[in-house]
Design a protein around this ligand. Structure first.
Ligand SMILES: Cc1ncc(COP(=O)(O)O)c(C=O)c1O
Length: 351
């Protein structure tokens, strides 16, 4: 592709037309609100910029979250393939598993969760509790190592197919891997309209890293928007995550027939807020959770959104983000996780 083609800019309408070609079932409550966070701004001192939060936690299905937008497109693919059974592989506190379980319930399918062992298996709480309520079939995986997960997933698929089920294996379907990225190109358009109305031009967008951040960054580049997306790692090292985000963004771009391509220079991935590892709360995340709760009435979870907001707070405090650079925090949901971390959270709230 020529340099010229790679720099082609698109209008919102052109992007929407391309996305509209994908099969999609409307589920999410949209548009989600874009709210000011004036008390958090004030608490961060005179150098803090205008702060806004995009309420992707309020998308409607089974306590919401960013993934409801992904599900609209994934369900289009599922229905096209005529599947009646979904399989996901994930840990007990997976938002992904909870929302697929809700989707299956609502559209008359069944979700099988191949549940990978994790420290939050016991007692049943948070997302896992909701999975039980909504009728997920939970199959315990014997180990968290990838080879075992793959083998036990093969066995599960074989068993369900032998029973005559038509199975959609969420982690293996090619479109499934970029459904979130396609969905989030529309979030960029939605944001653009909301920001126009508020007459704000944001410099930075902070959010937990993944396929959604890839969609916002891709559409931002395609539209020539001035913001930088900061995907905050909750697990992977920076280089690995940059590669993942660019790969899914560029696959989505190909599917949508956009000439735009994302490179690592287009995004500001941070891996310094992970702490001791995935699912382990950090002090900075707990402080962010406390501030969001007490200053804005916003509930964050310790695994994703608290770490993402702690990154924004840290960058304001160290002067990397200045007063004249409005920033948006994308609240991607994850509320049920909070209930599985009651001990860790109460230690922080009592301190
Ligand atoms: C609350 C929350 N935020 C962000 C992410 C990041 O991933 P993605 O953008 O692919 O949904 C996840 C993934 O599980 C999540 O549960």
């Amino acid at each position: 592709m020529s340099e010229q083609a790679a720099n082609t800019q698109y209008t919102g309408r052109q992007i929407r037309e391309r996305v509209d070609h994908l099969p999609r079932v409307p589920i999410a409550h949209l548009p989600t609100a874009l709210e000011e966070m004036p008390r958090l701004r004030e608490a961060l001192g005179p150098n803090a910029p205008r702060l806004l939060v995009k309420r992707e936690d309020q998308t409607g299905l089974a306590l919401g979250g960013n993934k409801v937008r992904h599900l609209e497109f994934r369900l289009g693919d599922i229905q096209r393939k005529g599947a009646d059974t979904l399989i996901v592989t994930n840990v007990a506190q997976s938002n992904h598993a909870r929302l697929h379980t809700a989707l299956a319930a609502r559209f008359g399918m069944t979700t099988y969760i191949l549940k990978i062992p994790s420290p939050k298996d016991d007692p049943v709480n948070g997302n896992l509790l909701l999975d039980h309520i909504m009728g997920a079939e939970i199959v315990e995986c014997s180990s968290d190592d990838q080879e075992t997960v793959d083998r036990e997933l093969d066995e599960l698929v074989e068993r369900l197919e032998a029973e005559g089920r038509s199975v959609y294996i969420v982690p293996r379907e090619p479109f499934s891997k970029i459904a979130g990225t396609c969905g989030y190109t529309l979030t960029a358009l939605e944001l653009m309209d909301q920001l126009d109305e508020l007459a704000v031009s944001p410099s930075h967008i902070f959010m937990a890293a993944g396929t959604s951040s890839a969609g916002l960054a891709l559409a931002g580049k395609a539209l020539g928007l001035p913001y930088r997306v900061h995907p905050i790692s909750v697990k992977q090292p920076r280089a690995e995550l940059e590669e993942h985000i660019c790969t899914v963004a560029n696959k989505a771009a190909e599917l949508l027939e956009l000439e735009t391509r994302l490179t690592p220079e287009d995004i500001d991935v941070h891996d310094e807020f992970v702490g001791a590892g995935y699912g382990i709360a950090t002090d900075a995340g707990m402080e962010a959770m406390r501030m969001a709760g007490r200053l804005e009435g916003l509930i964050l979870d310790p695994v994703y959104t608290a770490k993402a907001l702690s990154a924004l707070i840290s960058q304001i405090r160290d002067g990397s983000i200045t007063r004249d650079q409005p920033a948006i925090f994308v609240h991607t949901g994850g509320l049920p996780i909070t209930f599985a971390y009651n001990d860790e959270i109460m230690r922080e709230m009592r301190s």
